[in-house]
Write a protein that binds this ligand. Structure first.
Ligand code: HCA
Ligand code: CU
Length: 382
């Protein structure tokens, strides 16, 4: 599964930094502290915060999160400037995630600096933080639209960085490109770990993160629900689902049963619903509709389930509200409803009645119950 073995995977949650770049996000100090505690309780290995140089309030928030004494390592996200590094050190940060635009596009239109000037900046900022004893990660922003030669020249600066980050800043990388780049860094800088941060503009964020891990990256960035700039990055839940289905042991140290509440709390905080297609925590993530599916799931759930809902503290739902509903689902529903077994003929009759109504309009479970009772000649509840 993983071609190169390193230490255990580390998951860095950047909901408080990248997630704040989601267009609808606004976090108060209290929100930040509560979220940091929830992420720590879930078990993420690292938590990234915005630069304390953003504002005096941002610096106070960093100090407040540090005072929580979390088990997770706290990293502050910094530009490669002495002011950012000094602000981080002044708040007591022991881990700094420095980043600088690497691609020709960012060099020309964002930073407006020559490659040499950028290398000098990296050397100075990484060196300053490393000499102060901080854990330093340096990330080459837009790494996948940067010619490999330029990328390596920038990373060659190293200057005491303990980890190198390769962000897919605009979400255009493929799993093959991610694996190739991580592999090249591993060969060139033995002893220095790699981190991957992937945006989801083309829907590849989870697949790309897994490609990075399989190529040997030690740390993957996520946010709750995948929140971030534009359509965001790899989601915490998506990564958990992906790893769990490889091997539940890979995510045994995370409190997966806390994920539904975590996703729901963050969704509420930023004013969205948990997306209908969110792995593991979507409203209908464990609802089975078509008769063929329900029939098999009632006999053996793994036929149509990637993950047992009990792992999330959730329960499976076998729908009886569709014209696609099958008689096995109806038989079970009727048995629970009436508190007695129903025979095959009753199940067939109730199914036909249900399907006839569901063919014409959308129905809910209450209506399904009324239809089944009527079909079986049982009076409804008062
Ligand atoms: C940003 C850029 C970043 C940085 C990632 C990193 C990206 O929004 O500031 O530091 O590794 O996607 O490139 O989030
Ligand atoms: Cu990003």
């Amino acid at each position: 599964m993983r071609t190169t073995t390193t230490g255990p995977l580390r998951v860095l949650d950047t909901t408080l930094r990248e997630g704040e770049q989601f267009a609808q996000a606004h976090f108060t100090t209290e929100d930040r502290l509560r979220l940091a505690l929830a992420l720590d309780a879930f078990g993420v290995d690292e938590i990234e915060l915005p630069s304390p140089a953003v504002s005096p309030a941002a610096a106070e928030d960093v100090a407040a999160v540090l005072r929580l004494g979390l088990r997770a390592a706290v990293r502050v996200h910094l530009r490669c400037t002495p002011a950012d590094v000094e602000a981080a050190l002044a708040c007591g940060a022991r881990g700094v995630n420095l980043f600088l635009g690497a691609s020709p596009a960012l060099g020309a239109h964002s930073l407006r600096e020559t490659p040499r000037a950028r290398r000098d900046r990296v050397r100075a900022a990484v060196g300053l933080a490393a000499q102060a004893g901080a854990f330093v990660r340096f990330s080459a922003e837009d790494a996948f639209r940067t010619p490999r030669r330029d990328l390596l020249r920038l990373f060659d600066v190293e200057a005491g960085a303990r980890r190198l980050g390769v962000p897919d800043t605009v979400g255009t990388a493929t799993p093959e490109a991610v694996a190739a780049t991580v592999g090249a860094l591993r060969r060139r800088y033995p002893g220095i770990g790699q981190e991957f941060h992937g945006h989801n503009d083309t829907g590849c964020a989870i697949a790309n993160a897994i490609a990075a891990w399989q190529a040997g990256a030690e740390c993957l960035d996520v946010t709750v629900l995948g929140l971030g700039e534009r359509v965001g990055i790899t989601s915490l839940g998506g990564l958990m689902a992906r790893l769990y289905t490889f091997d539940p042991g890979l995510v045994a140290r995370y409190r997966l049963e806390q994920l539904p509440a975590l996703d729901a709390a963050v969704a509420a905080l930023v004013g969205v619903a948990v997306p209908f297609n969110q792995p593991l925590t979507a409203a209908h993530a464990f609802t089975h509709v078509a008769g063929v599916h329900s029939n098999a799931v009632l006999r053996a759930p793994h036929t149509y389930e990637a993950v047992d809902p009990a792992v999330l503290g959730r329960t499976r739902v076998v729908s009886v509200t569709s014209r696609l509903t099958g008689r096995h689902a109806v038989a079970r529903f009727a048995t629970e409803l009436l508190g007695r077994p129903v025979d095959a003929e009753e199940a067939r009759g109730a199914t036909a009645a249900l399907k006839a109504t569901a063919e014409r309009r959308r129905i809910d479970v209450g209506t399904a119950a009324d239809i089944v009772r009527a079909a079986l000649g049982v009076a409804g509840e008062a």
